[in-house]
Ligand binder design. Structure first.
Ligand code: URA
Length: 274
């Protein structure tokens, strides 16, 4: 952050403090991220140094110390550790093989959000590695990205438990999603992607707290915390419903995403069917 910009931010915060009963607050993640936005320096608290003509002059301008800035990958690590140790949903902590934090490039412009790990993800500790995941990977490749270029995470970091002996996956409950959501919020706060993609209605409910039919929500731009959010069908839906028209809808949503990211789109991509 440049010096005049930082001065403006400080002046605005001081104004809020003067005119409000409550002090401005910011989470640890936001503070760390604010520091990370400075290209060179972390500004340490100002300590009065000299008294020039009766006016105290802050020493911060001249005594600015340089510190190594944390990368986004480093900022994600403490969140990952808290997720790993999380036992807020005791039933899921007991049934999981491991937590599934997220995967990909912490500096990604594009972030996909799914609902929860399934059996394969629970076993491998990585989101979207099962059948639905393979289809998502295909979609990402058709967009001319690699899985390593984007970031992929779920609303829930644990696999929703299933009665013993039963197969398949169940949808997360509202309580489970509300309990786990803060981790995803922190991940997005750090990554600050240019575009978010919510895969399916459960991801939308988990992230935005909004319930609706995919028919009315998908294919349109929404926003999460000022970040453009595209809602599209979950790849598992495309596996259940193989109609070309449904696949084409998802692909059209992805073309919108590419346009929003200012990515070149080839004629082949325009005519592509998943
Ligand atoms: N479905 C999801 O929503 N997430 C996964 O990680 C796998 C399947």
């Amino acid at each position: 952050m440049t010096e005049p910009a930082l001065d403006l931010v400080i002046a605005a915060l001081e104004k809020i403090r003067e005119t409000n009963d409550r002090f401005p607050r910011a989470s640890r993640t936001v503070l760390a991220h604010l520091q990370a936005t400075s290209p060179v320096a972390v500004f340490l608290p100002a300590t009065p140094k000299s008294n020039e003509g009766g006016r105290e002059r802050s020493a911060s301008r001249t005594e600015r110390r340089l510190q190594a800035l944390p990368s986004k990958a480093e900022l994600l690590e403490p969140i990952r550790e808290r997720v790993c140790a999380c036992r807020k949903c005791a039933h899921l902590a007991c049934s999981r093989t491991q937590t599934v934090f997220g995967v990909g490039n912490p500096d990604a412009d594009l972030m996909f959000i799914g609902e929860a790990p399934g059996v394969d993800e629970d076993q491998q500790g990585e989101p979207f590695v099962g059948r639905a995941g393979q289809l998502l990977t295909k979609i990402i490749k058709a967009m001319n990205f690699a899985r390593e270029d984007v970031y992929i995470a779920n609303i829930l970091k644990c696999r929703p438990d299933m009665p013993s002996g039963s197969f398949g996956n169940r949808a997360p409950t509202t309580t489970e999603m509300q309990t786990c959501r803060p981790y995803l919020v922190e991940q997005i706060d750090v990554i600050q992607p240019k575009v978010l993609v919510a895969l399916g209605a459960v991801a939308v409910e988990g992230l935005l707290g909004m319930r609706g039919t995919m028919r009315e929500m998908r294919g349109r731009w929404h926003a999460y915390n000022g970040i453009p959010l595209m809602i599209t069908y979950h790849p598992a839906y495309l596996l259940r419903n193989q109609a070309p028209s449904e696949k084409r809808k998802v692909w059209e949503d992805m073309l919108e995403v590419l346009e929003r990211l200012d990515q070149p789109i080839t004629e082949r991509q325009r005519n592509y069917f998943l």
